[in-house]
Ligand binder design. Structure first.
Ligand SMILES: *[C@@H]1O[C@H](CO)[C@@H](O)[C@H](O)[C@H]1NC(C)=O
Ligand SMILES: *[C@@H]1O[C@H](CO)[C@@H](O)[C@H](O)[C@H]1NC(C)=O
Ligand SMILES: *[C@@H]1O[C@H](CO)[C@@H](O)[C@H](O)[C@H]1NC(C)=O
Ligand SMILES: *[C@@H]1O[C@H](CO)[C@@H](O)[C@H](O)[C@H]1NC(C)=O
Ligand SMILES: *[C@@H]1O[C@H](CO)[C@@H](O)[C@H](O)[C@H]1NC(C)=O
Ligand SMILES: *[C@@H]1O[C@H](CO)[C@@H](O)[C@H](O)[C@H]1NC(C)=O
Ligand SMILES: *[C@@H]1O[C@H](CO)[C@@H](O)[C@H](O)[C@H]1NC(C)=O
Length: 503
């Protein structure tokens, strides 16, 4: 009954109750909120001074705070801070067993190559902090491909590290007062388009094999490719995040949970050149053998602009399986489709129990889109007998206007039709009338009378009332967050002067 996150929280929470005087308990819509904080400078930042207290929400608060400026960081937009970020995290990792640490990124433009985070750690960005991705490719280490993909997504072989990375971590927070992480992707997009890269592009944020990840109140700009990529991870929350990239930038997907369990994506605003959210789980034979699904995923109050892609995509890499995806209160303006399921022979596994409701969609190619022959294989080693199963897919309470292609294109796999499709209460207003507004092959399902235009015959078996939508809550809905107080480190210049040279 208790969520993994609640269990995780129990002991730091008790410690804080014992150690700190200032504890106020509030009720919050997300669960229990506890206000806690230290009123003196932490060990890590004692020499930098402080300019008062501030608050943020996170699953756990930290006992130690340090500023990037304490580690030789220079926020002038041209000096490389790769060494500063890496030594800051390295130094602060000593506190992971002692209440954890927060690295504060002050106002300024902090150019950096990739760096990794540590456990029980918070990266906090001031509202005017901008972390800039290095344009010097030698600063980007090349790392191994993901085991469930067998190769990089752009190229065979390895891939560039992600700007902000981490593996095998517990309790990681990336937050702030809406500070910015700017991947400066234009250089990568142009090299990618002209085939000048030897390795797959890095992502903006990638956490692998991690548990309890909370990303909130940051703006992500111009990622070289995907923006947020939690992979082989569990208990992930992404909330109040703005993601912006040019609508024709290649593969700038917004949030891609990949072989993850218990994920909540809420109140995010995404403008991008690829899917706003894409739920994945590995690619063909590599994904089948790694066998790690994405499941128990909820997406709420997403706003998406993505003229060349989907609001929420499932696949095309889904070879570890995808199940229990819930999407509601979705707004999309200028997209290719609402939910799109993409798969192919060779992927194996399944996509099942996908539920979407309350979607308001303006200007789009097609409302519903399922593709059973997406192709795109990692290599020729895929198993032609690995046929994916797609079943139990429900869409309801949808209003779409300006639909310029069809209401739906639903293409299952011959001999392995997509089954259990349920559609209710949908109005799709086509910008031009079409003879066949629903294009269906190899699909089976039901629809209610209140679907307009009327669905293809394969879905016309009458359905009374609504399609299913789970009524239980997921463990990730019950995550407890605390109101964390921290001492704002002094501005960079003062801090540098006060701190003097660091050992
Ligand atoms: C970050 O972690 C990855 C995966 O463990 C590793 O390959 C990479 O070398 C690390 N990068 C740095 C800068 O430490
Ligand atoms: C690029 O990064 C490499 C590796 O850190 C460094 O040796 C080199 O000086 C950098 N080049 C420039 C132009 O900054
Ligand atoms: C992280 O965990 C994975 C899965 O257990 C393991 O294969 C990998 O070696 C670990 N990586 C590091 C850097 O410890
Ligand atoms: C994070 O964003 C939410 C929603 O906009 C806002 O209520 C909250 O105050 C923000 N938190 C911080 C620390 O800025
Ligand atoms: C955060 O910053 C982005 C980019 O400047 C802006 O579009 C967005 O509205 C801001 N969010 C909040 C809650 O202030
Ligand atoms: C479809 O999902 C609903 C809601 O979770 C569940 O009750 C039902 O058993 C599923 N149907 C099939 C055929 O798996
Ligand atoms: C149909 O969907 C619309 C839009 O979400 C909603 O306002 C309305 O209440 C729904 N009707 C029924 C009968 O559920």
């Amino acid at each position: 009954m208790a969520s993994p996150m609640l269990k995780l929280n129990a002991s730091p929470l008790l410690l804080q109750l014992l150690r700190w005087v200032c504890v106020v308990v509030l009720a919050a819509s997300l669960g229990t909120t506890v206000v806690s904080g230290r009123h003196h400078s932490s060990a890590a930042s004692s020499s930098s001074g402080s300019t008062g207290q501030s608050m943020y929400l996170a699953p756990s608060c930290r006992s130690h705070t340090a500023s990037l400026a304490d580690f030789g960081g220079v926020g002038d937009g041209t000096t490389s801070n790769t060494a500063a970020f890496r030594s800051a995290v390295e130094h602060l990792s000593q506190y992971s067993g002692d209440g954890g640490a927060m690295l504060y990124v002050p106002a300024g433009k902090w150019l950096t190559g990739p760096f990794n985070l540590t456990s029980h750690f918070t990266l906090f960005l001031h509202s005017d902090a901008v972390i800039l991705g290095s344009q010097n490719i030698s600063e980007w280490p090349v790392i191994a491909p993901l085991p469930s993909y067998g190769r990089g997504r752009d190229h065979a072989g390895g891939r560039y590290a992600s700007l902000i990375g981490g593996s095998n971590l517990t309790d990681v927070v990336i937050t702030g007062n809406n500070g910015t992480i700017d991947g400066q992707g234009a250089m990568w997009w142009s090299k990618f388009k002209s085939s000048k890269l030897k390795y797959t592009r890095g992502y903006l944020i990638e956490l692998m094999w991690s548990d309890t990840v909370f990303i909130s109140n940051v703006t992500l700009l111009n990622s070289p490719a995907w923006n947020i990529h939690p992979v082989y991870s569990s208990n992930v929350v992404v909330q109040w995040v703005t993601i912006l990239a040019p609508t024709h930038s290649p593969n700038t997907d917004g949030i891609n949970p990949d072989s993850c369990t218990n994920v909540r994506i809420e109140d995010c605003y995404v403008v991008s050149g690829d899917d706003c959210v894409a739920i994945k789980s590995g690619w063909d034979e590599y994904g089948i053998s790694y066998n790690m699904p994405s499941q128990h995923i909820v997406v709420r109050r997403l706003t998406c602009v993505s003229p060349t892609s989907a609001t929420i995509a499932i696949g095309s890499e889904m070879s570890g399986g995808v199940s229990d995806v819930r999407a509601e209160d979705i707004v999309a303006v200028d997209t290719e489709s609402a939910v799109r399921i993409k798969t192919a022979v060779g992927r194996g596994a399944y996509v099942r129990d996908v539920f979407a409701r309350r979607m308001t969609l303006t200007t789009m190619k097609r409302v519903f889109w399922m593709t059973g022959d997406y192709k795109s294989h990692p290599d020729d080693g895929y198993d032609p007998n690995a046929i994916p199963v797609v079943e139990n897919i429900s869409y309801q309470d949808v209003v779409a206007t300006g639909v310029y292609k069809e209401a739906a294109r639903l293409e299952g796999i011959d001999g392995a039709p997509f089954k259990g499709i349920c559609i209710a209460n949908v109005t799709a207003e086509l910008s031009k009338s079409k003879k066949y507004p629903w294009m269906c092959t190899a699909v089976e399902g039901v629809s209610a009378a209140n679907v307009s235009p009327a669905p293809c015959e394969a879905l016309q078996q009458n359905k009374d009332g609504e399609c299913p939508f789970p009524t239980d809550t997921l463990p990730i809905d019950d995550v407890a967050v605390q109101q964390c107080a921290y001492d704002v480190p002094a501005p960079a210049a003062e801090a540098a002067a006060a701190a003097g040279p660091k050992a």
